[in-house]
Design a protein around this ligand. Structure first.
Ligand code: PMT
Length: 399
C-alpha cells in the first residue's frame, strides 16, 4: 500500500546479485510502484537491459551520453523524478565511486544530481565488505544520510560465508515500506493475538474455527513497519512468520492466555484479533473415542477470556478488541467494548463473501466510547495499515 505510486529509481551495478533485481522489479510493480531502471556497464555483464525492460515495462537507461534517452527523460529529469534512488546490488566499486562523488557514468551522475534519498543494498564478497576502505566508505555515506539496506550474512556466490550478501527482494521491499511508512508507533511494544485456537476432544479431534490468521498477521506487519516492537501470539496457521516480529506459536485458548500474560506487562497496546474458542471440552479423552454410540454429547466449559482479562488489569495497556458477528454488528460490538473494558473495538461481518474469515479482504468499523470510524473494504494488508493509523491516533489521545 505504501509503495503505490511511489517513484523508485533502481540503479543496478556489477554483481552476481543483479539477477535478483528482475524479481524485485516485478514485486514492486505488483505493488503499483512506478519503477525506472538504470544500469551500469558492469551490471549488463550479469543481466540484460532487455530483461529489465520487460519486467519494468519501461525503457532502461544505460548511457550518460545517449541523445535518444536524453530526448525522452534526461538524466537530470530522472534524478528529479525519483522519490528514492535505490542502488541494488551496490558493488564495492560503486560505493567507492559514490563516496568520492565521481560522475563518469549515468548512475553516479544521477546520484550527484538527485535530491531524493539514496538507499544502498550492498552485495560483495565478505572480505571486500570487511575491508577498511569499504567500511570507511560506508561510514562516510551513512554520515551523508545514505540509507543502507543490509547487507545480509550467509553463503556467497564465491563459496565463502559471511556478511556481504544482498538482501533478498522481499527484504528490500520491507525496507522500502519502512522508509515510506511514518513511524507512528516508534518504540511502542504491541502484543497481538491472531489465528484460531484448538481445543482437543481426543488425540484426533478438536474444536476450532475458520480463522486463517491473515488479519492478525497483517496487523502485526503494519505495526512493525510503523516502528513498533511486536509480539504476535499466534494459533495454528499456514502463514509464514512475519519478519522482525517476535512470533509465539500456541495451540489452545489456555496456551494463548498464558503467553499473552507473559508479555502483557511490557505492552503499551494489546490487539486481540484471534478467534479464540469460547468453549473447550470439559474432559479430553486420552485415547481416540470409538464410534460405538448412535449419538453422543460433549460437555463444554468456558475458556478464559483473554481480552477481558487484559481489559480488567490494573495497569492495563491500551486495549483493542475485535468483534466477529453475523448480525447486529454494532450493538454486539459496543456491548463487548463495555463488558471487556476496552479502549476500542474493531467490528467485522463474518460468514459473508470476500470478507471476514479466510478471505484476503475485509472491512471494519472501529468504535471507541465517544466515536467511530468506518474503514473501507480492501485487502487485509491495506486495512491493517488503516487500523494501525486509527489505533495510533486514539492511543496518543488517551494519554
Ligand atoms: O484470521 P482471518 O481468517 O484473517 O479472519 C479474521 C477474523 C475474522 C478472525 C478477525 O477479523 C476477527 O474478527 N477476530 C475476532 C474473532 C472473535 O473471536 O471474535 P469474538 O466476537 O468471538 O470475540 C471478541 C473478542 O474477544 C475478540 O477480540 C477475541 O480475540 C477475544 N476473545 C474471545 C474469547 C476468549 N476466550 N478470549 C478472547 O480474547
Amino acid at each position: 500500500m505504501y509503495l503505490k505510486d511511489k517513484k523508485i529509481l533502481i540503479g543496478i551495478t556489477g554483481s552476481i546479485a543483479a539477477y535478483k533485481i528482475a524479481d524485485l522489479v516485478r514485486r514492486l510493480t505488483e505493488q503499483q510502484a512506478q519503477v525506472r531502471v538504470v544500469m551500469t556497464q558492469a551490471a549488463m555483464q550479469f543481466i540484460t537491459p532487455l530483461t529489465m525492460q520487460a519486467v519494468s515495462g519501461h525503457k532502461v537507461y544505460t548511457d550518460l551520453l545517449d541523445a535518444e534517452a536524453e530526448a525522452a527523460m534526461g538524466h537530470i529529469e530522472l534524478a528529479r523524478w525519483a522519490d528514492i534512488v535505490l542502488i541494488a546490488p551496490a558493488s564495492a566499486d560503486f560505493m567507492a565511486r559514490l563516496t568520492h562523488g565521481l560522475a563518469d557514468d549515468l548512475l553516479s551522475t544521477l546520484c550527484l544530481a538527485t535530491t531524493a534519498p539514496i538507499a544502498i543494498a550492498p552485495a560483495m564478497n565478505q572480505q571486500m565488505w570487511k575491508a577498511p576502505a569499504t567500511q570507511a566508505n560506508c561510514q562516510t555515506l551513512q554520515q551523508r544520510g545514505v540509507h543502507f539496506f543490509g547487507p545480509a550474512s550467509g553463503l556467497q556466490a564465491c563459496g565463502e560465508d559471511g556478511l556481504g550478501r544482498m538482501l533478498e527482494p522481499f527484504d528490500i521491499i520491507d525496507c522500502l515500506h519502512q522508509h515510506f511508512t511514518s513511524q507512528i508507533l516508534a518504540g511502542k511494544h504491541i502484543v497481538i493475538t491472531a489465528g484460531p485456537t484448538r481445543e482437543d476432544i481426543d488425540p484426533v479431534r478438536f474444536i476450532s474455527n475458520r480463522s486463517s490468521g491473515k488479519m492478525g498477521y497483517a496487523i502485526a506487519k503494519a505495526a512493525q513497519l510503523s516502528g513498533a516492537n511486536v509480539t504476535l501470539v499466534s494459533g495454528q496457521t499456514c502463514l509464514s512468520k512475519p519478519p522482525k516480529v517476535n512470533t509465539i506459536d500456541v495451540y489452545s485458548a489456555q496456551d494463548m492466555y498464558e503467553s499473552v500474560m507473559q508479555y502483557i506487562e511490557q505492552a503499551d497496546i494489546f490487539i486481540a484479533t484471534a478467534a479464540v474458542a469460547d468453549y473447550q471440552p470439559k474432559q479430553q479423552a486420552t485415547q481416540k473415542i470409538k464410534k460405538t454410540q448412535e449419538a453422543m454429547s460433549i460437555e463444554l466449559s468456558k475458556t478464559t477470556d483473554i481480552l477481558a482479562s487484559v481489559g480488567h488489569m490494573q495497569n492495563k495497556p491500551f486495549v483493542v478488541g475485535f468483534a466477529a458477528e453475523t448480525n447486529n454488528v454494532e450493538a454486539y460490538a459496543k456491548d463487548k467494548m463495555v463488558r471487556k473494558n476496552l479502549d476500542m473495538i474493531a467490528a467485522n461481518l463474518v460468514g459473508v463473501e470476500n470478507a471476514g474469515f479466510e478471505s484476503d479482504h475485509n472491512a471494519l468499523t472501529v468504535y471507541w466510547p465517544d466515536g467511530q470510524q468506518v474503514l473501507p473494504h480492501c485487502t487485509k494488508t491495506e486495512l491493517a495499515h488503516h487500523l494501525i493509523k486509527v489505533i495510533a491516533q486514539r492511543y496518543e489521545q488517551s494519554k
